[in-house]
Design a protein around this ligand. Structure first.
Ligand code: SAM
Length: 211
């Protein structure tokens, strides 16, 4: 039994309240395919499913996964295994709450469809002596998460002490939208750019009333 299995058996995370950062961005969009990374007991996966999303929820704790309802595609998976891969261009929303494994970020970027949303709530390095020490490998640095999505539309970003627990660890929250692929001319695709250049060079008929 893993450390997290033991925690869940002992009642960790039983409240089931969804992450506030997730509620607002999905309030006014049509549901689609969602991926909840390190879903734990599934408070966010269950909320998304209740709003009509088709949810895939992944976690390495079998105890947690066994609690998720059958409406969710819940799977016990080690997200840190080299074999794990997020299917590219598959999800309309990916959420990653209270779990940091940096090699997943390129996969998260690729796994979202154009206009898809990434919702992250990641614990931060915090030198407040009241905060329980934690392995810094699992904590993000100031500005780190936002900088990974700097080329996306940043809908919301903040770094702060949790409002409900001022003596808790600082968290970074990010809601970012993947851009649509570039449209129109000139294009960045070299083969299409060549066609664009040829069209641009073609002599145009003299301007007349039909042109
Ligand atoms: C703090 S909990 C967060 C749970 C949930 N995202 C939430 O915010 O309620 C961290 C979760 O990460 C999961 N986890 C840790 N290492 C993992 C790994 N290598 N692969 C998959 N899940 C992992 C744990 O089982 C645990 O459920």
């Amino acid at each position: 039994m893993t450390k997290w299995d033991q925690k869940y058996r002992a009642g960790y995370g039983a409240s089931g309240t969804p992450e506030p950062a997730l509620i607002q961005p999905i309030a006014n969009i049509a549901p689609g395919a969602a991926l909840d990374l390190a879903c734990g007991r599934g408070r966010n996966a269950v909320y998304l499913a209740s709003r009509g999303w088709a949810v895939t929820a992944l976690d390495s704790s079998q105890v947690a996964i066994d609690e998720l309802p059958g409406t969710i595609d819940a799977r016990c998976i080690d997200l840190e295994s080299p074999d794990f891969q997020i299917a590219p261009h598959t999800y309309d929303l990916i959420c990653d709450c209270n779990y940091l494994h940096r090699p997943l970020f390129p996969q998260i970027r690729a796994g979202l469809k154009a206009s898809g949303l990434f919702v992250a709530v990641i614990p931060m390095i915090d030198d407040d002596p009241a905060v329980t020490p934690m392995n810094p490998a699992y904590l993000c640095k100031p500005g780190e998460i936002e900088s990974l999505f700097a080329d996306w539309e940043i809908i919301y970003t903040t770094e702060h002490k949790p409002t409900r627990n001022p003596s808790g660890r600082r968290i970074a929250e990010l809601i970012a939208r993947k851009p649509e692929p570039e449209r129109g001319w000139p294009t960045r695709d070299p083969s299409r750019r060549r066609v664009a250049e040829l069209i641009a060079r073609k002599p145009r008929p003299e301007r007349g009333w039909l042109w």
